[in-house]
Design a protein around this ligand. Structure first.
Ligand SMILES: [Zn+2]
Length: 129
């Protein structure tokens, strides 16, 4: 066999003992946690990618964001009477029956944590169709 097995035969006091049940359980838990974390991040990445793709077909124009001033406010016309705006810069969103109402919601969103990455209306509205 290899050098290490010979070494442990000569010096059994240095041979690593079998891991305890507790150590095995800890290790299994750690592995599971890592796997779940990886699966979650893969799933979220996939959802985001799919949503981005689907959203693009509703994108009407890009406006200046009333919150941060960047010209990164995506305006989606989800239905004839429903507009959703999402800023790609500050992540604030707003929606309404027309653009001015959606913009008004963004203006008033200060501090309300209207972050579309956390709680986009997009999915909810799509499911209502
Ligand atoms: Zn913004």
């Amino acid at each position: 066999m290899g050098e290490w097995s010979e070494f442990f035969e000569d010096f059994p006091e240095y041979a690593p003992g079998p891991p305890s049940a507790e150590e095995l359980e800890q290790e299994a838990k750690r592995k599971l946690k890592t796997e779940i974390r990886k699966m979650n991040s893969d799933a979220f990445a996939l959802i985001e990618k799919t949503q981005e793709k689907e959203k693009k077909q509703y994108l009407e124009k890009v406006e200046n964001c009333p919150q941060c001033g960047e010209k990164q406010l995506n305006v989606y016309k989800l239905k004839p009477d429903h507009v959703l705006c999402e800023c790609q810069s500050c992540l604030t969103y707003g929606s309404g029956s027309d653009l001015s109402i959606a913009i008004q919601e963004i203006i008033c969103a200060n501090g309300d944590e209207l972050n579309w990455k956390n709680s986009s209306l997009f999915k909810v509205l799509q499911n209502k169709n």
